[in-house]
Design a protein around this ligand. Structure first.
Ligand SMILES: [Zn+2]
Length: 230
């Protein structure tokens, strides 16, 4: 395979992810529909990572190499280190949720799949909360977009386990997804136009499913991510 061939494969894979975001299912009837929609936007990145591992030498000669090897996480974590330390409000909320499970309880709430998803999501949620209300002036929006676009691709097995837990209606997994889509809508601008409708559909579905349960699990974190009033 040539570098040009590989560039085309990568370009198609990334275009497909955009296409999937734009055409997420409108009839989200159950937990399985939610899981399928989420899987569709996260699976392509795992496939892409596999291709890059198999053909790494060719990949390094593609124009995508520099872009895809860049990690937005580094900038986000650096920002968290130098920022005024925020109380560990979000971590405490998620810790509460894995034991409470929006009041319903579930043996799988504190699973490694959920904890791994939380560890990765909390990084970007903290950046959003600390840099609010003027997130743009932090200069981190491109990193936030990239991080949210590819979350949670750092582990195929834990992502698969997480998706299975969403299928089973695990309360903590559903709540994690609720905050993932809330974060996208909180930072939304035209630069991520393809994510708007999909994130809105998923957020509304998850919120209607989860609201009315434990307010410590749902209301407080949603308020942290709410778009400030103009
Ligand atoms: Zn709770």
């Amino acid at each position: 395979m040539t570098a040009a061939n590989f560039e085309s494969i990568i370009s198609c894979a990334i275009l497909l992810v955009h296409y999937v975001w734009l055409h997420l299912e409108t009839d989200l009837n159950g937990d399985i529909d939610i899981a399928v929609c989420f899987r569709q936007t996260s699976d392509h990145f795992h496939g892409l990572k596999d291709c890059i591992i198999v053909a790494h030498d060719v990949f390094t000669h593609t124009k995508w190499a520099k872009l895809l090897l860049y990690s937005p996480r580094i900038n986000l974590e650096r920002y968290l280190i130098v920022s005024q330390p925020m109380s560990d409000k979000l971590e405490s909320i998620f810790l509460h949720c894995v034991s409470c499970g929006i009041g319903a309880g579930s043996a799988g709430n504190a699973s490694e799949n959920n904890l791994s998803a939380i560890r990765r999501l909390v990084i970007v949620l903290n950046v959003i909360c600390i840099s609010s209300p003027d997130i743009e002036s932090s200069g981190l929006l491109p990193d936030i977009y990239r991080y949210l676009f590819t979350w949670p691709t750092s582990g195929r097995i834990s992502t698969k386990g997480f998706i299975l837990q969403v299928c089973e209606g695990n309360p903590a997994s559903l709540k994690i997804l609720l905050y993932y889509y809330a974060a996208i809508l909180r930072v939304y601008t035209d630069k991520i136009w393809w994510m708007r409708d999909g994130a809105t559909k998923m957020f509304n579905k998850l919120r209607s499913k989860l609201e009315g349960h434990c307010s410590q699990c749902i209301d407080i974190p949603l308020a942290l991510l709410a778009v400030p009033e103009q």
